[in-house]
Write a protein that binds this ligand. Sequence first.
Ligand SMILES: [Zn+2]
Length: 667
Amino acid sequence: MPKEYYVLSNGKLKSKKDNGDGTTTWHWQQKQLHVPYLMSVVAGEFEVLEQSWDGIPVLSYVPKGRLADAKRSFEKTPAMLKFFSRKIGVRYPWPKYAQICVDEYGWGGMEHTSATTLNIGTLHDERGHLDTSSDGLVAHELAHQWFGDLLTCKDWGELWLNESFATYFATLWREHDLGDDEDAWSRYGEAESYKKEDKRYRRSIVNYRYNAPGNMFDRHSYPKGARVLHMLRFVLGDELFWKSIHRYTTVNRFRTVETADLRRAIEDATGQGLNWFFDQWVHHGGHPDYEVDWAWDEETKNVRLTVRQTQKVDDVTPLFRMPVEIELAGPNETVIRRVTVSKAAETFHFALSQRPTRVCFDPRDWILKTLKASKSKEEWLDQIERSPHVICRVRAVKSLADFLAHEDARAALRRAAQYDAFWAVRMEAVKVLAKTSGKETRSTLLKAAAGDTKSMVRREAIKALGNFAHDEVRKLLRKTVSDDPSYYAAAEALRTLAKVDKQNCAVDLRAALNSPSHREVILSAACDELVKLRDGQAAAMLAELLKRPLTPQRRVVIVGTLGRLKPDDEQVLDQLEKLLDDDRRNVRRSVVGALAEIDNPRSRKLLQARRSKEEHPRAIHAIDEALKKLAGRRSDLSQLRKQLDELRKQNQQLQDRVKKLEKHGKK
Ligand SMILES: [Zn+2]
């Protein structure tokens, strides 16, 4: 390799020889067993952040000039090595742990043995850090060093043994590092993301009927499987869960594994047969859809709880058997009881000294499920104010959307939006409040937009203010654009400003064209709104900007905007043509996306010309999609022309008839 390059590969660096001709020969050696898809060689000009844990070097490589950003993303890596080693009970197994950030590497990373490769987006500046963190990704790839690398799934059909473990261990790190609330919220997000995919298709987690390995890398393998492991922890309890993980990892290290190996390891470690669990959660698909209802019997002092599983049971989806926690909360005491739910419909009785003010099914959200709980407004109000469980409060917030006609419900939501201890509850309350109007809502949203400590809440409040065209709102939005430390809040403020001050926002939008930001979110927001305004002055400014040296990402946004603003401008298309041959794939991809929006015969010609040269299969696919989109627009247009012709004909016929009738009338 050229002398100035650093070369990273798996295992240990055995030797490095200066060849005296401006090149160096590097010899890396991986002595321990691993599988071929984990081999990697990366070469380039890098700087390194050097850390260590218990004698193991922890090295993070970033492109030259980015060392200042390395700490933000990799500072916690040694603590993660320690945490995983301790929890699994198997020490980090490789001679070093290196992470290396490279361009053109999708969005995520790849767990090459002891030499993880990460996308450059893993790095961000201090302001970007307010809205993004790389800890989840870093923990995920590190967890793979055990689950994926030390133990590797035997077939892509067993992919969850890699990906669900890595996803779950990232959550475990979050729990350790940031606490239960953050963890509960992130697991809730995982469940929601899986449920979206489940609406499109349902499969068992272990699945040998895939058309291509790539199809297995879906939300069933990542978040759903992670939630299944979380339920396994619930069923076994912490102690036996970790005993099982230790056994599974120890027995199978340096081997390929299938799900039966995991089940057997658990059975050996705990003495518990778990076929019933694996059968429903891993070898079948879906999840329980619970409907829960309760009533108080004053005479017998009993809560009668009715649980129904309403999912359609078929070959793929079973009735589920699960232990479930029931929280019975009263003014004086709160108890949690555990029952086993296994039937389509069941009733449980709980004796209490007095009527509870709320009854929560699975309050800690252990179970992957949908839940319909029929409760009174009063119970939801109790839940939003008093539940110690984040997901219970989120459920209360969402359910109070059905009671927005009631002032007490709106007041509770306003309080939650401002004062709930956890930011995601405040954010969800803002979302529901956005459906209401009036001075009090406006005032709550303004407070959240200006003063919430969490940028995610400010962003949501700023978005909600789009329904409030008011001077105070416009003033706040302009202040946000200039002063908010979050790039994303500033970008959201620009979008909202375009809604509530259409007449005057162009000046603000044009001024934002010069602001750098994480993933160019500010520039993109300004450009989108300027396109909607068809702003000629912006087009001139952007054309001027293009003459300066720009980062590829910035160039792409600007050129794409020009394409939308001036689709028939030959100079703009010249620029796009040049960028279409850029050596960076993500630049080419963005240009293809921009051309797909420009309905001009030349844009199609450019795409076709690039298609014949393009080598990357995904890039070719993107060009085909763009051409299809343009063809679709064409056929939309010809459809419209046909309809217009038809209407003209009908109109002519009507006029003729009217003339005839008039003539007839005069006679
Ligand atoms: Zn992974």
